[in-house]
Design a protein around this ligand. Structure first.
Ligand SMILES: [Zn+2]
Length: 160
């Protein structure tokens, strides 16, 4: 069982807690074999005080375009899942951000990623989380606050 990980954007007093179950789900899509294309989805969870708490993720859907160096999420299906979860959670579970994989050991956002995220954050007033999962254990995590993208650092693993 994977334990939760906490990231921090200290200057902004924001913490991002990602639970073990969504981490395990995303781990399955790491491109650790040459035939695995990029994967991605959206992050769902709660906003509680300084915490963005990721409890669930969507996984690639049949309508997504997946290649080794490219992932285009077809918004429709992921949004349907988000809407369904929002209803099931009695309107508390929120859209917190996006994740995808990169075939790199130390992943970092591409120019295209930054463009896509800028489009998303233009429509959002709340902080948003963006995650990129590398080939092995690494995760790049950024938080967008007031249209600024901040790379966050890991605080600790919490066995919750
Ligand atoms: Zn990317």
């Amino acid at each position: 069982m994977r334990t939760a990980i906490v990231w921090e954007a200290a200057l902004y007093h924001q913490k991002i807690l990602v639970e073990g179950i969504p981490l395990q789900t995303m781990d399955r899509y790491r491109q650790n074999r040459i035939d695995k294309p990029e994967a991605g989805g959206i992050l769902l969870g709660y906003r509680k005080g300084p915490y963005l708490h990721v409890v669930q993720v969507t996984v690639p859907q049949l309508t997504d375009q997946r290649r080794r160096y490219r992932f285009d999420r077809a918004a429709h299906h992921h949004q349907q899942i988000a809407l369904e979860q929002w209803r099931v959670s009695e309107m508390t579970m929120d859209y917190l951000g996006e994740w995808h994989t990169h075939p790199e050991i130390n992943p970092s956002p591409s120019g295209m990623d930054i463009n896509e995220w800028t489009k998303i954050t233009k429509r959002q007033t709340k902080p948003m989380v963006f995650m990129i999962l590398g080939l092995t254990g690494t995760i790049w995590l950024g938080l967008s606050v007031n249209h600024e993208l901040i790379e966050c650092t890991t605080m600790a693993s919490e066995g919750i």
